[in-house]
Design a protein around this ligand. Structure first.
Ligand code: TGC
Ligand code: FAD
Length: 393
């Protein structure tokens, strides 16, 4: 449960003044869904290492799956600010809930919508939007994480079908997925995207157990052992790393908003606790050291809100560069993980219990600072952008 009133959720620079009425309405409906469906159950789900029951259907019902996909394919045709706000509200509940919506929206629906054939769009998008179908995205491999260009998974043209071999690792929702968007190299060494369906012979999805992070989310592998994939499942035109990386642009943008939600949950919880907890005969919120922490939290949240909002307006105009998206993902995730860690201290011993969300958020954010490009990779992307020199290789 939330430990604070909704009125304490910060909007220090009146960002609401920059939002449309529709954005506020969307926020309000997702916020109340999170308060009733996620908050009361998320600690138990995380402790038990299991997703919230019926999560994808619930996310579909609340309009969180592919919100910017056009209505004719089951989406809501919303703008990028709406998408960001939805991600923020979901991650105030838990990063696993936002991850489920991010992967489905940005890493499965986005590539099918952007690169897929009309048949692929009609076949998959409406069911993905409603949550009747769960998708996963396979880019990372055991030997190739930060450097996906080195991937070893292959597709070979066998005339009537493609033959897929290889393995993907650390894949969100792989154990639950009905379909996977998989990136693999063809005979020419070009990276191609293909949709693999559960039930295809030779395709398995073993779960990665015993995680200490994103425990309310299933993570696993995608293993392809001579899988025969129908030719019509290939994305026909897109070739090269820019295919999967353009999906990451969309997901990283959503994360830049999402992590603000996790930071807000930690800040509001700590603020409320500090006002109520008395030591040395007065509320600990009255001590300068605690005020310094709280003042820094609200400052950093405010800066992150403005960064993501501006990025969203650029995205709406198709003017956001990958490097700008990269900066926002990196900055905001670091901001959130630091607030999660520091805010836990304000709660003293109580902060380590499941009664409060900080440990869960902090542990989740260890994944968020690693996936979709690590903090270091994003520093190097900014470094390359400003110097013109590539420090990766
Ligand atoms: P590089 O030579 O720089 O580029 C290759 C081609 O790609 C283009 N490109 C992009 N296109 C669109 N968006 C971007 N962000 C792009 N970045 C690069 C580039 O223009 C080039 O195009 P072309 O036409 O010349 O071929 O590639 P590189 O091999 O040097 O790698 C660059 C690097 C390191 C930045 C990139 O590989 C990278 O971002 N690595 C990090 C990997 C990563 O983020 N993996 C994420 C996996 S998915 C995931 O984590 C999901 S978590 C899900 C959840 O929320 O639960
Ligand atoms: P590595 O690439 O081995 O990096 C290890 C360390 O080396 C990092 O600190 C990194 O910053 C550093 N490093 C690497 N290269 C450089 C360099 N050039 N210079 C300086 N430092 C460097 N992937 C998917 O495809 N789909 C998913 O759905 C998905 N979901 C995920 C869910 C979770 C919970 C997690 C943890 C990961 C998920 N990933 C997914 C994978 C994720 O994208 C990778 O873990 C991430 O890209 C990093 O790759 P790696 O783990 O192999 O680390």
């Amino acid at each position: 449960m939330s430990h604070y009133p909704a009125t304490s959720i910060p909007d220090y620079f009146n960002l609401d003044g920059l939002l449309a009425e529709e954005h506020i309405l969307i926020r309000s409906s997702v916020r109340s869904w999170v308060d009733s469906f996620v908050m009361p159950h998320i600690d138990k789900a995380a402790q038990e290492h299991t997703p919230l029951p019926n999560l994808m259907k619930e996310l579909g019902n609340v309009g969180a799956l592919g919100p910017y996909i056009p209505e004719e394919y089951g989406g809501a045709g919303l703008d990028q600010i709406s998408y960001g706000i939805i991600m923020q509200e979901l991650e105030r509940g838990d990063s696993a809930v936002r991850s489920a919506a991010s992967v489905q929206s940005s890493l499965v629906m986005f590539p099918i919508y952007t690169f897929g054939t009309e048949e692929q769009k009609r076949k998959y998008l409406p069911k993905l939007a409603s949550g009747d179908m769960i998708g996963s995205f396979g880019l990372t491999e055991p030997n190739h994480g930060s450097n996906p260009a080195g991937m070893e998974t292959t597709i070979k043209d066998k005339g009537d079908y493609y033959l897929l071999n290889g393995a993907k690792m650390w894949i969100t929702n792989s154990p639950l997925c009905d379909i996977a968007v998989v990136w693999a190299k063809d005979e020419k060494g070009d990276i191609r995207g293909i949709v693999v369906e559960r039930g295809m012979e030779g395709f398995s999805t073993p779960e990665t157990l015993d995680k200490w992070s994103l425990r309310a989310s299933k993570t696993g592998e995608l293993v392809f052992n001579n899988v025969k994939v129908p030719k019509e499942n290939l994305f026909p035109e897109i070739k090269g790393l820019k295919g999967p990386l353009s999906c990451l642009n969309s997901a990283r943008y959503g994360i830049s908003w999402g992590v603000i939600g996790a930071a807000i949950d930690c800040y509001c919880t700590a603020l409320q606790y500090a006002k109520e907890r008395t030591q040395f005969g007065r509320p600990i919120a009255g001590f300068q050291l605690q005020q310094k922490k709280l003042a820094e939290f609200v400052t950093e949240i405010t800066k992150a809100q403005l960064l993501s909002w501006r990025l969203g307006t650029l995205k709406n105009e198709h003017k956001a560069s990958p490097a700008q998206i990269s900066m926002a993902k990196r900055n905001n995730t670091k901001m959130a993980i630091e607030i999660a860690r520091e805010s836990r201290q304000i709660l003293g011993g109580m902060g380590i219990t499941g009664d409060f969300p900080m440990m869960r958020h902090a542990a989740n954010l260890e994944s968020v600072i690693t996936y979709e490009g690590t903090h270091d990779v994003h520093l190097l992307i900014t470094g390359m952008d400003i110097t013109g020199l590539n420090a990766f290789n």
